[in-house]
Write a new protein. Structure first.
Length: 128
């Protein structure tokens, strides 16, 4: 009940569409510093591919984790879903959710603790 709000997963996926647009429009040729042009090309054509692959894997793990462990409606949607109900208030909704036996079973399970620890480790590794 001490959780401020239920977590949700937002993607970390990025791409190189802006660089590709600059490249295809010929704007890169306007740079006088050829070393900078080479560094930009290396980053966006080599390094970013690795970053994109890591992001896809990280997103897949994150989405699976949150869909499996937190199958709850985020609080910001409760006003619209429960307009004429006490559940439209975030604290009431949270109390209702955490009062359900299924929620207690998920949050108190050894599997959840293990998955949370594994996911947290992946977050720390990804951030490094």
């Amino acid at each position: 009940m001490e959780i401020d709000r239920l977590p949700s997963y937002g993607t970390v996926f990025i791409n190189n569409s802006t660089f590709k647009a600059i490249q295809s429009s010929g704007l890169l040729s306007g740079l006088d510093d050829k070393q900078l042009t080479r560094k930009l090309s290396y980053y966006y054509e080599v390094i970013l591919k690795r970053v994109e692959d890591n992001n896809k894997i990280f997103d897949q793990i994150g989405i699976e984790f949150y869909n499996k462990q937190f199958p709850f409606v985020p609080y910001n949607f409760t006003n619209r879903l429960f307009e004429n109900s006490d559940l439209k208030k975030p604290d009431n909704y949270k109390e209702f959710l955490f009062g359900l036996q299924a929620s207690k079973k998920i949050i108190c399970s050894e599997e959840f603790i293990f998955d949370l620890d594994a996911f947290s480790g992946k977050v720390l590794h990804y951030n490094s």
